[in-house]
Design a protein around this ligand. Structure first.
Ligand code: 16G
Length: 192
């Protein structure tokens, strides 16, 4: 069977999300819901699809930060640019009852010369629809991409977040490394 075409096309191979090492993180979430072993059959965790523009993906992102008015052609073009580039693992949770994207997180991998020509992972653009609070969907999506990074052979994964979210990330295994817990930024004026 070939890859799905049209709006069902995936950003990356969905089989990569199968057989992640969930046993490594069982202690982080209890009770824990996954789309593999779930009473919550209404949700699915999968790679971003071209058709997710129509399922509210960009509206969901706007709960995180400024998104702008992205047209469907712009979305498609960025989707294909990410797919061609490789290393972009935008992963979503869909509420299949409504056909709506309710959670997302992105794993980005970065080729290095250091660490024996290693692969580093970054966690980006984590967001869960604020009407679905209390279902541990944030943990579900972050742990999914974190375990994917491990599966891909990354030597570490890091993130930037608001101070208020530090306890959330600590609870699922991220650490502020002593002496190495700074995030610095330059903002370029005139770019939204
Ligand atoms: C948070 C996000 C980051 C996102 C940024 C947007 C996580 C772990 N971090 O730091 O990925 O790009 O917010 O804020 O999701 P900005 O619009 O100020 O760049």
């Amino acid at each position: 069977m070939g890859a799905p075409k049209g709006q069902a096309e995936y950003l990356f191979n969905p089989s990569l999300l199968k057989n992640l090492e969930w046993n490594d993180v069982r202690n982080c979430v209890n009770p824990f819901i996954t789309n593999e072993s779930t009473g919550e059959s209404w949700l699915i965790v999968r790679p971003l699809q071209l058709g997710d523009y129509a399922k509210g993906f960009t509206q969901l992102l706007s709960q995180l930060t400024s998104v702008g008015n992205i047209s469907k052609p712009q979305f498609d073009s960025q989707f294909y640019a990410m797919q061609r580039s490789g290393g972009y693992y935008v992963t979503v949770i869909e509420d299949t009852r409504k056909g709506e994207i309710i959670g997302a997180a992105t794993l980005i991998t970065e080729l290095k010369f250091i660490h024996d020509c290693g692969l580093r992972a970054r966690l980006e653009d984590v967001v869960v629809n604020n009407t679905y609070r209390g279902k541990q969907l944030g943990k579900l999506i972050v742990l999914t991409v974190s375990l994917l990074a491990k599966k891909l052979g990354c030597y570490k994964m890091s993130l930037d977040c608001k101070d208020s979210l530090i306890p959330f990330y600590k609870a699922i295994g991220y650490k502020c490394e002593p002496g190495n817990c700074n995030s610095m930024v330059i903002r370029y004026e005139g770019v939204s």
